[in-house]
Design a protein around this ligand. Sequence first.
Ligand SMILES: N=CN[C@@H](CCC(=O)O)C(=O)O
Ligand SMILES: [Zn+2]
Length: 433
Amino acid sequence: MSKKPLWIRHASQLVTLKGSSARPLIGKQMEQLHIIENGSVWLEDGLIQFVGEDEEVAEAYKDRLEEAEMIDATGKLVIPGLVDPHTHLVFAGSREKEFEMRLQGATYMEIMNSGGGIHATTSMTREASYETLFKESKQRLDQFLLHGVTTVEAKSGYGLSLEHEIKQLEVAGKLNDHHPIDVVRTFMGAHAVPFEYKENPDRFVDYVIEDMIPEVASRKLAEFNDVFCERGVFTPEQSKSILEAGLKHGLLPKIHADEIEPYEGAELAASIGAISAEHLLKASNKGIKALADKGVIAVLLPGTAFFLMAESANGRDMIDAGVPVALSTDCNPGSSPTVSMPLVMNLGCLKMGMTPAEVLTAATINAAHALNRGKEIGSIEKGKKADITIFDVPNYMVLQYKYGVNHVHSVIKNGELIVNGGRLVCNDTRIPS
Ligand SMILES: N=CN[C@@H](CCC(=O)O)C(=O)O
Ligand SMILES: [Zn+2]
């Protein structure tokens, strides 16, 4: 943790998103960014200490101004560090051949059912050593940082056996310990039925419930429990038992729901009290209403829809129905091999009818709530972690308008400048190569 205070000054726009730490923003609230012009923030001891107009901060710290390292944000946009609440960060290998097959007409499920897809990455991840998994995943984390992200979720689910699920979760834990980005772990043993259980999927469900969940929970390897509820993967009944078993062991439920077909996944998320329902491309109106009624956060993944050449989830309708919406990359080797939250925000506007203000809310404070961290991150307010991203654009509208460009100028994590001028400042000994 830096001893010197950091003083960010003269932001053309400082987007604070203040007042939203208790619960995610819904409806019109998602447009209320609480912007300060000529904004300034004082960061010290890893926390945000003071937020205001430049003169206010200068006055408050007038006896200590000389002590601080100053960042001049003139002409720049300053926002809370981006939060990515749905990734499959830890995996080995890549699947570019499947990409080509899909371009030639094969579908995601056809590839998976013929032994590719999640199964292919499971084989590569099982075979990879701990060190290889760490190295490949760490490179992705560096890329996330360069795209302005300061917290990511990481799901397991490419091990599909206790030994290999634990290996993935341990790698994610080590990344959290050694990399500036905070890595929040989700157990997803129910990501697919592995080959060895193909003839008896219910036995695999029992294995997840009786062996995997208790071990993962007792070793505190994850905070959340997720399941791929989709026709041909896990049924709503199987998903329910897996999520209930997790709850009994203190793992909060998340769910991959209604991605390829309508399957009442959103309804299940609401009835079980999941913290979030994710994907939702095919969620029914009834399901969307249930999410709104129960305050379940919809984590939407427009990069996945784009990459699968499918129609995006209807973010506009969900916001209008009162569902709290968050955005995420879904970073994974099959359906969304991207690390770019800025691109995901662009797609939120272009493909889901969300406004530039709504996508910012969805990628910061609402994403923080989807990770049960609304009180610590996601807005620029006194007492929160000093996680901040600075873009080389004068306002938040330009960030969405000039799409396809990485506008990140600086990233500050826990009060330390980690990315400067668009480059990793690699004098940090916590980042092993
Ligand atoms: N849909 C299920 N799981 C991942 C994809 C995993 C993969 O294809 O490797 C997702 O969220 O998109
Ligand atoms: Zn996913």
